[in-house]
Design a protein around this ligand. Structure first.
Ligand SMILES: *[C@@H]1O[C@H](CO)[C@@H](O)[C@H](O)[C@H]1NC(C)=O
Ligand SMILES: *[C@@H]1O[C@H](CO)[C@@H](O)[C@H](O)[C@H]1NC(C)=O
Length: 418
């Protein structure tokens, strides 16, 4: 029993950290925060004065994903110009303030591109620059719509990792945008969004629909994650224990989780240093917006996804999910899971990458490993003071990151259409 409890504590603390006075801990009750019941368009995008339409697409394996198409209200009546853009994101969103530190694994809800002001958030900036922006949301997130036959309470609903997010969800969303707009898409991803992209782009039928891509905090290898705390959890085999316990869905808003975090941080651990310990420092985070972020983040994900990410850390490989010897032989016809060979990504695909010197998840060594293995030569932006979250939520991200990224997109060969 003791083991079960401490496992659960570690799980929760890996996912959500709080620090501060007892009162600030009590103030922060994630389960009390109800996520908006409406769609992402109504919740975040239309109130800022943009046109937004909701789309639902079905994956090969039956999941119903939400996509939002956003355009500027000044482009009258939503008559959309420009090139299609898909922004899929990211794996970790971490938040902090002087009173509170929290850490979320965020498995790709599209809201994170719209959480800062209109002049700071990439989603709004791209629309204002004349792009036709489609916002992607993977299975299991708040903005997606379940499954044609499985309920979210079933074990089977959560039987997936980033491999399915890449080969089914990303493929389906790109295909939809490609067929509606009849043109190739530009892609932007952050963190887990880049894992999905680098895996998906090894598949010719997917990458053929992509015009150019920007990867923020690019990850294909996780062998050099520097975060000591993550290593501790990997060493404890937290992921395998969760699965052995029969937990399939990671629900960060459950009462149990929140209570366990409270007690863990109260008694045993100075939770305040965890944010930096896990993601690395973030230079340009707006502490006053934490409460607002918490209305939207974090989104649920699957235990199998955590397990797959930990496999990457343990083995240093970029490969399909490891089912163990017999499972692999049954599924893949070989004893090891097949690798995603990023050298197969076409040499001529224009790629832009932004990475940071204090990012403890997309570590510089791992980024260099990715660059070595790629045949293509990406345009690079290295910011020594930037951490994992800065690329998404820095108050200076426009000047520091997005302006250069947009110049890259506009200079790529179809820019004449813009
Ligand atoms: C959090 O809010 C929920 C719903 O209002 C409540 O039932 C629960 O007791 C609260 N938990 C804590 C730790 O305050
Ligand atoms: C930080 O967030 C607060 C609250 O939303 C906002 O008023 C302020 O302008 C933001 N600061 C910066 C530098 O963007």
């Amino acid at each position: 029993m003791q083991n079960v409890v401490s496992m659960a504590l570690f799980l929760c603390c890996f996912l959500v950290f709080f620090e501060g006075t007892e009162s600030s801990l009590r103030e922060l009750n994630l389960s009390r925060r109800s996520q908006p019941k409406t769609g992402l368009c109504d919740a975040l995008i239309r109130p800022s004065g943009y046109h937004c339409s909701e789309h639902v697409v079905e994956t090969e394996d039956g999941y119903l994903l939400g996509l939002q198409r956003v355009s500027s209200s000044s482009r009258n009546g939503g008559g959309i110009q420009g090139l299609p853009f898909e922004i899929i994101h990211h794996f970790v969103l971490a938040l902090s303030s002087s009173k509170l530190y929290s850490y979320f694994i965020n498995y790709a809800g599209g809201d994170a591109w719209f959480l800062n002001s209109i002049g700071q958030s990439l989603g709004f900036i791209l629309v204002d620059q004349g792009f036709d922006v489609w916002v992607g949301n993977v299975r299991g997130t708040h903005w997606s719509h379940g499954h044609i036959s499985l309920t979210e309470r079933s074990k089977e609903f959560w039987d997936w990792s980033w491999q399915e997010l890449a080969l089914y969800d990303l493929a389906t969303m790109i295909k939809h945008v490609f067929s509606v707009t009849n043109s190739k898409v530009f892609f932007v991803g952050h963190s887990q969004g880049t894992i999905m992209a680098l895996a998906a782009f090894t598949q010719p039928e997917i990458v053929d629909m992509v015009e150019a891509a920007a990867l923020l905090c690019p990850i294909s290898y996780l062998g050099h994650v520097t975060s000591p705390f993550v290593h501790r959890l990997v060493g404890l085999h937290l992921d395998q224990m969760i699965m052995a316990l029969g937990i399939h869905q990671l629900n960060f808003r459950s009462d149990l989780c929140v209570r366990l975090v409270d007690s863990f941080c109260d008694r045993e651990v100075e939770c305040g240093n965890f944010l930096t310990a896990i993601t690395g420092g973030n230079c340009c985070f707006n502490n006053s917006r934490v409460d607002f972020y918490l209305n939207y983040e974090p989104h649920p994900s699957s235990a199998k996804n955590l397990n797959h990410l930990f496999q990457m850390i343990r083995k240093g490989t970029f490969a399909m999910y490891d089912y163990g010897l017999f499972g692999n032989i049954r599924r893949y016809g070989q004893s090891n899971p097949p690798a995603f060979d990023i050298a197969r990504i076409p040499k001529l695909l224009p790629v832009w990458m932004g990475y940071g010197g204090t990012d403890a998840l997309a570590d510089v060594k791992d980024v260099e490993h990715t660059l070595q293995d790629l045949k293509l030569k990406p345009e690079l932006l290295y910011l020594s003071s930037y951490g994992h979250i800065d690329f998404l939520l820095s108050v200076r991200a426009k000047e520091d990151v997005y302006d250069a990224m947009i110049r890259f997109f506009k200079s790529s060969k179809h820019a004449a259409y813009l």
